[in-house]
Design a protein around this ligand. Structure first.
Ligand code: 5GP
Ligand code: ZN
Length: 111
């Protein structure tokens, strides 16, 4: 997806503050954090949103979830964190490349 900002980050065409990378996943800090710690876990594959996932993505989605507490702890979130996946326009999604926000360090907040 040539016009996708997160694909450009995956390709190294746009810089990011990297948190983690492996062959399938990338994690990087949000450019506009809403809390002291705010990063995103994304698949390297261009998947538009959670609405565009299928059975073949089961392993990938599982790995994204399993990575979240590991990286959250690494970022100092020892007391817990929020995970947010905005899906579709109705879900407030702005960047149409699947991503999971990991947010924490700002104390309790409402949903
Ligand atoms: P969404 O509303 O789609 O769930 O969230 C998109 C997020 O991507 C926003 O929190 C926004 O700050 C972040 N974002 C948008 N463009 C960039 C960018 O170029 N670099 C980084 N690191 N984050 C971005
Ligand atoms: Zn993309």
């Amino acid at each position: 997806m040539s016009d996708c900002i997160f694909c450009k980050i995956v390709a190294g065409e746009i810089p990011c503050r990297k948190v983690y990378e492996d062959s399938d996943l990338l994690a990087f800090h949000d450019i506009n954090p809403v809390a002291p710690v705010h990063f995103m876990i994304i698949p390297k594959e261009h998947i538009e949103s959670l609405q565009d996932t299928h059975a073949r993505h089961e392993m990938l989605l599982g790995r994204m979830l399993l990575l979240a507490p590991y990286l959250a702890k690494e970022q100092g979130l020892n007391d817990g964190f929020r995970t947010v996946i905005n899906t579709g326009r109705g879900g407030g999604q702005e960047v149409f490349h699947l991503h999971m926000h990991i947010i924490g360090g700002g104390g309790p907040r409402p949903l």
